[in-house]
Design a protein around this ligand. Structure first.
Ligand SMILES: [Zn+2]
Length: 345
């Protein structure tokens, strides 16, 4: 229960603390730039970097071939992916041909229904089809619960006078987020695989999809050879502490070593954080190695899990990373992994 509430709180934090935003009911004023920033990584290759507090929550991206577009990840909410589709339409007249889910977590699959409704095939690891509509429920409160929260926030907004615009804006952002979550219908991918590679061709451009263990046991990465870009999904976090709730850190370190060896000069689009190079991916790998070493030592010193969480302080070099609230849960998850007591389902 504790771990579930950490995940929920984190998601809630990710979607509630934003700079000024406009409530969803004033549709005309809500723009994609409230939710993500498009970054051109190479010709026709774009990262959509999630903004704190917006409706995207995780990064996504897309690649235009010469007769179609591939989307990687569908953000946290249908609204955010609709905004992405609208931005794609401004950059290319080509149709969206494929979508990929890098893993099942809701901040990367919450907009699936929008692609499914357009008849776009959604490709993912076999395990996404297993977990998308089951394990994801921990990230999505039931509608009744969301309605209850909505009523409470609406009441607080109504009681906040007009001369407190900052406070009102905060409540309006929360309403916007709750309204967006109420529209999510957990939707499965419809093309899945669990080993080897999948090649997709969009005219002159092609893509290599492959899977590596570590983050959830159901992650797919997308390599764009001609542009030398890797969409990491949450196998890569750039200057951001990771969510280890489903992770096997031992495997993850090996996977990152392989990626760094195979793509030393690539640009990396991470699941969270800014577009990166091998430098940031190596920093992230080193964070996992440090975490494993610290917790291993803590266990050898006889620390209990609670003592480990209190005493194993985050090294200085990671204190500037985003998502500092993951520091203690990371110790807990690592401790359980090393002890063999981690519940993976
Ligand atoms: Zn994520």
């Amino acid at each position: 229960m504790r771990r579930i509430s950490i995940a929920l709180i984190t998601l809630a934090l990710m979607v509630s603390f934003a700079p000024f935003q406009t409530v969803r009911k004033t549709h005309a004023l809500v723009k994609a730039e409230d939710d993500f920033q498009l970054v051109k990584v190479a010709e026709g290759v774009y990262a959509a970097i999630a903004k704190p507090g917006g409706l995207a929550s995780g990064n996504a991206g897309f690649v235009a071939g010469d007769h179609g577009v591939l989307i990687v990840d569908t953000f946290f909410t249908p609204i955010a992916v609709e905004e992405l589709i609208s931005e794609i339409g401004k950059l290319t007249p080509q149709p969206i041909r494929y979508a990929v889910n890098t893993h099942y977590h809701l901040d990367h699959t919450g907009g699936n229904q929008v692609l499914a409704a357009r008849g776009v095939p959604i490709i993912a690891h076999d395990n996404v089809a297993k977990w998308q509509t089951t394990k994801n429920r921990r990230f999505l409160p039931a509608p009744e619960e969301l309605q209850k929260r909505r009523a409470e926030v609406a009441r607080q907004l109504a009681e906040t006078p007009a001369d407190q615009p900052d406070k009102r804006a905060q409540f309006e952002r929360q309403l916007r987020s709750i309204d967006a979550r109420l529209t999510i219908k957990l939707t499965n991918p419809n093309v899945t695989f669990s080993s080897g590679t999948v090649h997709l061709y969009l005219g002159k451009r092609d893509f290599i999809l492959f899977t590596l263990p570590g983050h959830t046991g159901g992650d797919v990465l997308v390599y764009v050879p001609d542009a030398n870009v890797v969409f990491m999904g949450d196998m890569g976090w750039s200057k951001t502490l990771p969510n280890l709730v489903d992770a096997t850190v031992n495997d993850w370190i090996t996977s990152l070593d392989k990626i760094l060896a195979d793509y030393p000069t690539a640009k990396f689009i991470p699941g969270h954080g800014e577009v990166a190079t091998a430098v940031e991916m190596r920093d992230f790998r080193d964070y996992l190695v440090d975490l494993r070493a610290r917790v291993k030592q803590g266990i050898a010193d006889g620390l209990t899990i609670d003592q480990a969480k209190q005493q194993l302080i985050l090294p200085e070099k990671y204190k500037s990373f985003a998502f500092q609230n993951f520091a203690q849960p990371n110790v807990e998850d690592m401790y359980k992994e090393l002890k063999g007591t981690k519940q993976m389902n």
